[in-house]
Structure formats: structure tokens, C-alpha cells
Design a binder for this molecule. Structure first.
Ligand code: CA
Length: 220
């Protein structure tokens, strides 16, 4: 799951990147308004964490442009401005939620899970295709009455597949969902993760479509 962080404060940015990576998100980080708008124009993220006080272009303006362009990606505003008017304006411009700094990273992670879940039209916190279930809060997965703990990367892989059951994801698409801009990806990294998940949950959980990629089945 790929997240865009827009934050000009290096200490807060570092802390959020670390927390998100620990929670198995792939994070791309930009530090000013124009870079944020540019990245949102060309790249595909599953959620955006948006500071409001930014160099070059205010976060509210970044948000306004994003929504004017018709993009529906969930946005959580993170800001030191605790004025109620900024919060109202942010929500009215299309933010999905907001957090006032300083915030607890666990609360940030819980709010991200909630907005991403709502975006997917899902009421339950568990992701499932009927055969495999995955808990984004704990990274525990179960299939055929086996319940296991996944590593952060294994979780990110299975989540990417379970968000699109019945859809084949190519290696490059999986890498994009699991790794951020600055992370080196070994050529066999995806195979290694697939192997790990199959070993824990059974080989049938992830289908290999020769020459195309991998998928989880869509429940009938
Ligand atoms: Ca700022």
C-alpha cells in the first residue's frame, strides 16, 4: 500500500516515515506544495497525509487542486494549526479526516486504516476473499482454520492482492505497492514474499498466472 506524505518539517516527516514503514506501508515523501501537486498528478497513491503549512503552495490549495482534478484518493490533513476554521475548510475542500500535531502515530495508523477501508467500500476491518482473511491492524492472516502472523512485507503483498481479488498483478505492480521510491528492490524480492506467504497459509492461497503475475481468487 503506497502512501504519499507531504510534510516540510524534517523531524515530523522522519518520525511518520519510520512509523509507516514499520507498519508495512510504502512511503513517498515530498516537502513542498508544488512537488505534492506534481506527484499527485502523475503517481498513484492509496492515501495522502497532507500538512497544511507548506513552502510554495499551501496544503489547502494542494487539496483543492486534487479534488478539482476529480481525484478521489483519501486525504488525511495533518497540521499544527488547531484552529477550527482550518479544519472545517479542509474537510469542506475534500479531506477525509484530520489530525492535529502533535499526534500519536498509533492514532494516525488507525485513522489511515479507516479511510482506506471506507475508500474500498468495506464496512468490516478485515480484508477477505472468502478463503483468506487479513487483519490490517495486527497483520495476522488466516486461511482454512490456520492463523498466522505475517511479516510487514508479506502483509503488504497479501494486502495488495486482497484489495483486488480476481485481478492479476504483475511483478512491477506488486513492487510498486510494497516499496517506496528510495527503497532498493532485489529482483527476486516478490518471489521470496510469495513463497513466505504460501508457506504459512498454503500454496493455493496465491495463484500464479504464468507470464502475467499473481492473484487471489474472487469469492463467488
Ligand atoms: Ca509545515
Amino acid at each position: 500500500m503506497r502512501i504519499l506524505l507531504v510534510e516540510d518539517d524534517p523531524m515530523i516527516g522522519d518520525a511518520v516515515v519510520t512509523a509507516l514503514k514499520d507498519a508495512a506501508y510504502a512511503v513517498d515523501w515530498v516537502k513542498d506544495g508544488p512537488s505534492a501537486s506534481h506527484t499527485l498528478d502523475i503517481d498513484d497513491h492509496e492515501a495522502v497525509l497532507l500538512d497544511l503549512g507548506l513552502p510554495g503552495r499551501d496544503g489547502l490549495e494542494v487539496l483543492r487542486r486534487l479534488r478539482t482534478a476529480g481525484k478521489t484518493v483519501p486525504v488525511i490533513v495533518i497540521t499544527a494549526r488547531d484552529g477550527v476554521e482550518d479544519r472545517i475548510r479542509g474537510l469542506d475542500l475534500g479531506a477525509d479526516d484530520y489530525l492535529v500535531k502533535p499526534f500519536d502515530v498509533n492514532e494516525l495508523l488507525a485513522r489511515m486504516r479507516a479511510v482506506i477501508r471506507r475508500q474500498g467500500g468495506q464496512a468490516s476491518p478485515l480484508l477477505s476473499n472468502g478463503r483468506v482473511s487479513l487483519d490490517p491492524g495486527t497483520h495476522r492472516a488466516s486461511a482454512d482454520s490456520v492463523e498466522v502472523q505475517l511479516s510487514a512485507r508479506e502483509f503488504a503483498l497479501l494486502q495488495a492482492l486482497l484489495l483486488r481479488p480476481g485481478t492479476i498483478l504483475a511483478r512491477s505492480e506488486l513492487e510498486e505497492r510494497i516499496y517506496g521510491w528510495n527503497e532498493e528492490v532485489e529482483s527476486n524480492a516478490v518471489d521470496f514474499l510469495i513463497h513466505g506467504v504460501r508457506k504459512k497459509l498454503g500454496a493455493a492461497v496465491i495463484k500464479n498466472v504464468r507470464g502475467a503475475g499473481w492473484m487471489v481468487e474472487k469469492s463467488s
